[in-house]
Design a protein around this ligand. Structure first.
Ligand code: FES
Length: 94
């Protein structure tokens, strides 16, 4: 998605951080959907082990991210204002 086709941010949008970068989401949007819309389809690092949302319904576990000290599925995590999450890294056991 190019920046020319990205919808403009509105006051109703929520702010969240993923891997330290700030993004916005629409109310009711999941983390995986908001990141995909922002052009971030891969949720893990490094790129050689890149994984992203696949089933979009909580089965495949390809979208797991670290949130509040737990591994959660980004496709089932609804964004709230101030949410922070991190993708899997090569040295993560989860
Ligand atoms: S995309 Fe499969 S569990 Fe989230």
């Amino acid at each position: 998605m190019t920046s020319a086709s990205m919808p403009k941010r509105t006051d109703a949008d929520l702010r969240f951080r993923f891997n330290g970068t700030e993004y916005s989401a629409r109310p009711g949007e999941t983390l995986a959907a908001a990141l995909l819309r922002a052009g971030v389809p891969m949720l893990s690092e490094p790129a050689s082990d890149a994984r992203g949302a696949f089933c979009w319904m909580g089965w495949c576990q390809e979208c797991r991210v670290r949130h509040e000290g737990r591994w959660v599925e980004a496709c089932r995590l609804f964004v709230h204002d101030g949410l922070e999450a991190h993708g899997r890294r090569a040295d993560d056991a989860g």
